[in-house]
Ligand binder design. Structure first.
Ligand SMILES: CNC(=O)c1c(C)[nH]c(/C=C2\C(=O)Nc3ccc(Cl)cc32)c1C
Length: 279
C-alpha cells in the first residue's frame, strides 16, 4: 500500500520525540487512526540524516507485539519533510503515567510493573537477536519512549537514537546521546554502548515505575557519573516484593559482565513466574 499525505486528516499534535513531532491522524478511506511523526530533514546534518534513515529502516524490519508497528514513510521533497506512519497507542506513554501518579500521590501496581518488565524484555530480545546479521540497540529506553495500547500492554517506540551493530562493527562508534539519567556506567566512562547498556536503562525505567524517580539523580553529569559508578540506590518502597528488588539489583549491576543479558532475563524463573500468558 503506497500512502499519500492527502489520504490522511490530522486530528491533533500528541507529542514530540527525537527529531520530530507526532500527530494523531486518520486515514480518510479506512478511518484507521495512526501516528505520523513529522521530521524536518532539510536542516539536519548528514550524520543525523543517517540516523533518520536508520530509524525508518530499523522500524520496518522490527515486527513484534511490544514494538510500535511501522507502516510506511512519505517523503515530501518540496518541504523537506519525512512523515513516518506508525501505530497509534491510545494509552499514551509511561512518562505521563508516572506524572499522573505523582500528581495524585498514587503508586503503580506491582502487577503492572512485572508486565512492563516482561513485555520490554520480550521486545528487547527481538532487538538484541541477530536480524540479518544485525543487532539493534535502542539506546534511548525511557518512560517517554514506552507506549500503551488499548489493553494496557506496552510498546517500545521512538527508535530515533537506535543504531545497528553490524557483524563487522562490534560496538556503536558514538557514545549514547540519550537521556543522561539512564546512562549506564560503561557509557559514562566513554566505553561503547552495547546490549548490556539497554539492560541498565531497562532497570532504571522499572525502578522509576516503582519510585516515580530515577535510581540515580543529580544536578549535573559529573555528580550523576559519580553516583552511577557506585551503583548504590535506595530500596524500592516496602510494599513492592523482595523478588522485584532482587531483579532490579541485577539489572543495575555496575559491572556489565555480571549484569544479565536480555537472554538471561527472558528465561529467569522469577520473571517467567510473574508473567501470565498473554491474551
Ligand atoms: C499524553 N500522551 C498522549 O496522549 C499520547 C498518545 C495517546 N499517543 C502518544 C504517542 C505515540 C503513539 O500513540 N504512537 C507512537 C509511535 C511512535 C512515537 Cl515516537 C510516539 C507514539 C502520545 C504521546
Amino acid at each position: 500500500m503506497i500512502y499519500k499525505l492527502n489520504d490522511f486528516e490530522v486530528l491533533e499534535l500528541i507529542g514530540s520525540g527525537s527529531f520530530g513531532s507526532c500527530y494523531k491522524v486518520r486515514n480518510k478511506h479506512t478511518h484507521e487512526v495512526l501516528v505520523w511523526k513529522v521530521i524536518e530533514y532539510g536542516c539536519l546534518p548528514e550524520e543525523k540524516k543517517q540516523l533518520l534513515v536508520t530509524e525508518v529502516t530499523l522500524l520496518r524490519d522490527l515486527r513484534h507485539p511490544h514494538i510500535v508497528r511501522y507502516f510506511d514513510r512519505i517523503v515530501c521533497k518540496e518541504t523537506k519533510q519525512l512523515y513516518i506512519l506508525i501505530e497509534y497507542c491510545p494509552g499514551g506513554d509511561l512518562a505521563t503515567v508516572i506524572k499522573t501518579c505523582i500528581k495524585s500521590n498514587n503508586h503503580i501496581e506491582e502487577r503492572f510493573v512485572w508486565r512492563v518488565l516482561h513485555q520490554l524484555i520480550s521486545a528487547l530480545q527481538t532487538c538484541h537477536s541477530w536480524i540479518s546479521s544485525t543487532i539493534i540497540l535502542h539506546r534511548d529506553i525511557k518512560p517517554a519512549n514506552v507506549f500503551l495500547d488499548g489493553a494496557g500492554n506496552v510498546k517500545l517506540g521512538d527508535f530515533g537514537l537506535a543504531c545497528k551493530l553490524d557483524a563487522d562493527q562490534p560496538g556503536c562508534i558514538e557514545t549514547m546521546v540519550g537521556t543522561p539519567f539512564y546512562m549506564s556506567p560503561e557509557v559514562m566512562k566513554g566505553e561503547m554502548y552495547n546490549t548490556k547498556s539497554d539492560v541498565w536503562s531497562l532497570g532504571c525505567l522499572i525502578y522509576e515505575l516503582c519510585t516515580l524517580k530515577p535510581p540515580f539523580h543529580a544536578q549535573n553529569i559529573k555528580e550523576l557519573a559519580s553516583k552511577v559508578s557506585t551503583g548504590r540506590f535506595e530500596r524500592i518502597p516496602p510494599h513492592y516484593s523482595d523478588s522485584l528488588q532482587r531483579v532490579l539489583n541485577s539489572l543495575l549491576l555496575v559491572n556489565q559482565e555480571q549484569r544479565p543479558s536480555i537472554f538471561d532475563l527472558i528465561c529467569h524463573p522469577v520473571i517467567v513466574s510473574h508473567s501470565p500468558p498473554e491474551s
